[in-house]
Design a protein around this ligand. Structure first.
Ligand SMILES: [Zn+2]
Length: 312
């Protein structure tokens, strides 16, 4: 909190100017026609602050058009505070906590966190890994009743009726993570995902579960660690990176969010992936991570039928 000293956390006009510098480093771009050469600022007290006009299409716009902030009644600097808080909290931040910290209603806090999560979600991307790169793949299970938690860990192919959701994560060693909610962890389900998301010439490392023995030969090299005989590291061969990621994810989801509905799980995964991918070790401090999240706001003006129901 002590770092929220920048003016754009305190003043809506400063926040707007800051967002302009992030979204338009080379000057305003018209969201209606893509024009950037014949744009001028609309001055005068009768107009909204930060309004621009485009002579190519005669359209008007501000920097928030087409973003999660469009038409929001929440001041932009309060949005920035929320983005910052979610970006610097390793285990996430519940809507309840945000409600207290920002002094907004619970509905508003809920609405904001879901939209920020959407901004953090990466869009389309090419495969990870490549020649000389190690990619770890593993799965974990989220939710479900306490008494079933350990059962689910072992019964990997069978999740039915336990209320547990399967999550597959792929981590490039010293690089980024990609997580997704999967219906089950059979070879049939996982194989096309690994094939689409990992370069063929990568070195794949997994545990010794059967599905990976089927999938492994699709890649240049595949090694496994055999957890069942207490083997965890054999030189480069380990899944400690992805398991370390799972421990942050699980502590966050069970400790901060308590319950994550199946429908929203992918958004929480996006949030945890985002913080990991823009982590300190890769050169992102809290403010740089916040700027990165603010860059993700375009084209994410979604509405959710939840407690907030588009009221904020
Ligand atoms: Zn235009």
């Amino acid at each position: 909190m002590t770092k929220m000293t920048a003016k754009y956390f305190k003043d809506a006009d400063e926040a707007r100017r800051h967002l302009e510098s992030i979204r338009w480093p080379d000057g305003p771009i018209c969201p209606h026609c893509g024009g950037f050469e014949r744009i001028h600022k609309v001055a005068g007290k009768s107009h909204r602050a930060g309004l621009y006009a485009c002579r190519d299409c005669n359209g008007h716009f501000t920097v928030t058009v087409g973003t999660v902030f469009e038409r929001s009644k929440i001041p932009l600097n309060v949005w920035f505070q929320a983005v910052y808080l979610l970006c610097c909290s390793k285990k996430g931040m519940s809507s309840k906590q945000l409600e207290r910290m920002l002094g907004v209603t619970y509905k508003t806090a809920w609405f904001m966190t879901h939209r920020i999560r959407e901004a953090m979600r990466e869009g389309t991307f090419g495969p990870m890994g490549g020649a000389g790169k190690i990619v770890e793949a593993d799965e974990t299970f989220i939710g479900g009743k306490e008494k079933n938690k350990h059962v689910g860990q072992r019964k990997r192919g069978n999740l039915g009726g336990k209320g547990k959701e399967a999550v597959l994560s792929l981590v490039e060693r010293d690089g980024k993570v990609r997580s997704q909610h999967v219906p089950d962890v059979s070879a049939k389900t996982l194989r096309p995902i690994l094939n689409a998301q990992i370069e063929k010439n990568s070195f794949l490392v997994t545990d010794g579960e059967g599905q990976y023995r089927i999938i492994g030969p699709d890649f240049a090299k595949h090694e496994t660690v055999n957890h069942s005989i207490n083997e965890y590291v054999r030189g480069d061969v380990h899944t400690n990176t992805v398991e370390g990621y799972f421990s942050i994810l699980k502590r966050g989801i069970t400790g901060t969010y308590h319950h994550v509905s199946q429908a929203h799980l992918k958004r929480y995964l996006g949030e945890f992936d985002f913080r990991y991918n823009y982590r300190e070790a890769l050169g992102y401090d809290d403010l740089a991570r916040t700027t990165q999240a603010l860059k993700g706001i375009e084209g994410k003006r979604l509405t959710y039928g939840g407690p907030a129901a588009a009221k904020a």
